[in-house]
Unconditional design. Structure first.
Length: 392
């Protein structure tokens, strides 16, 4: 039987899951207070905080890499891990608001994955990959002996044939705990051979025109894994752990990822956008709220893309080229945008997001969406690092 999702020798900690599990590294990228609190929570306990690099520290990559790899080897040689041989993990995550997101953790074959726009593959990127963001991540991963995933991959399964085929009753419970920093509750169960076969049989029925998996979160991490496999060429590095989730699960909600410019003046930015917009022909259908410490203004632009975020990103990319001292960050949640915009020289952009029902058809038709188009729910709902796998 053809496999689409593969079992793996999965590593989980033997104890203290609440200190072990840390939110995805690409969250709270401008909030040192969050990561300082994580540091306090973890203390000296074994934790994925020591095995990953929060992107708020990405400018300090070189000094962190040696520490990360040393910690990985220390944990492997110590009594930290339990190994789940040839396993998958069924996961139930209670997120903000009480909804439960159900998923299955397993491995995908990176030879079936493409992140370049327009390439047809079983597993496809949903958003444009920023090439310059991959090399620093390759530096972190290429010599690492273990991977820890925060990648969430969508399946389009309206009848819930895949994840719904798993009955947690009778499965071995692996963990059941509260995630730190308002992360919600999570449970994990070991999925063995018989259930794995049912999962792959159901996945086979979802393949349409060679397309099955759409990367919902963590595309740059998956792209990094593919590039590292090209460098290492080993069988272990050919695979990557991901959690598959059904896009039709009610707990899956799409939230826009907003933009904040640092070191910018709102009046100058508005004038630039209005000038560029005047050069376009057509009706200004995409509307944005543009904020700084002095308040909020609205601006409508002629679309250059199907989605408002694509139109805005086109303009901002050109603006940033002309203003190299200005920096951009991609922010989850309107409250976080508003908080950042209370500071000096910060300009935030809020706009309408994409409906999740549009995703698979848009990716199949257009190749990929503008980078950082959407987020799955609130920042606190992002995947936490729990399971790992040897890649060397």
């Amino acid at each position: 039987m053809k496999k689409y999702l593969y079992p793996a020798n999965i590593l989980i900690p033997k104890a203290d899951f609440d200190k072990w599990a840390v939110i995805a590294c690409d969250q709270y990228t401008s909030d040192k207070k969050y990561w300082n609190q994580v540091e306090e929570n973890v203390g000296d306990s074994p934790s994925t905080l020591r095995l990953t690099l929060p992107e708020i520290y990405l400018s300090e990559t070189d000094e962190h890499i040696a520490k990360i790899n040393a910690a990985m080897n220390e944990y492997l040689e110590g009594d930290v891990f339990e190994t789940l041989n040839d396993s998958m993990v069924y996961i139930e995550r209670e997120i903000v608001g009480g909804a439960v997101r159900k998923g299955i953790l397993g491995a995908i074959d990176l030879s079936d994955y493409e992140y370049e726009p327009g390439k047809k593959a079983l597993t496809r990127a949903t958003e444009q990959t920023v090439a310059e963001r991959i090399p620093p991540r390759v530096k972190i991963r290429k010599d690492a002996p273990i991977e820890f995933p925060h990648v969430l991959v969508f399946i389009d399964d309206p009848d819930d044939t895949v994840i719904g085929s798993v009955n947690k009753e009778g499965l071995k419970k692996l963990y059941d705990f509260e995630l730190m920093q308002n992360g919600g509750h999570i449970e994990g169960y070991k999925v063995e051979t018989d259930a794995q076969n049912k999962i792959n049989e159901a996945l086979a029925g979802l393949v349409k025109d060679g397309f099955l998996f759409a990367v919902g979160d963590g595309n740059h991490s998956l792209a990094t894994a593919k590039e590292c496999h090209k460098l290492n060429g080993t069988e272990l590095s050919r695979f990557a752990l991901v959690e598959i989730v059904n896009i039709h699960n009610p707990a899956i909600e799409f939230e826009p990822i907003y933009r904040v410019l640092f070191g910018a003046d709102k009046n100058e930015v508005m004038a630039y956008l209005e000038k560029r917009n005047a050069e376009k022909s057509g009706e200004a259908l995409h509307t944005f709220e543009i904020s700084d410490k002095n308040g909020t203004e609205k601006l409508s632009l002629v679309p250059t893309s199907k989605l408002p975020v694509g139109t805005l990103q086109t303009y901002l990319d050109d603006y940033l080229k002309e203003n190299p001292k200005v920096e951009i960050d991609y922010i989850h949640g309107t409250e976080e945008v508003e908080r950042l915009c209370r500071d000096e020289d910060a300009v935030g952009f809020i706009f309408d997001g994409m409906e999740k029902s549009e995703l698979f058809s848009a990716v199949d038709q257009d190749g990929s969406l503008p980078r950082k188009t959407f987020s799955m729910g609130h920042a606190d709902d992002k995947r936490f690092y729990i399971e790992g796998r040897k890649i060397k």
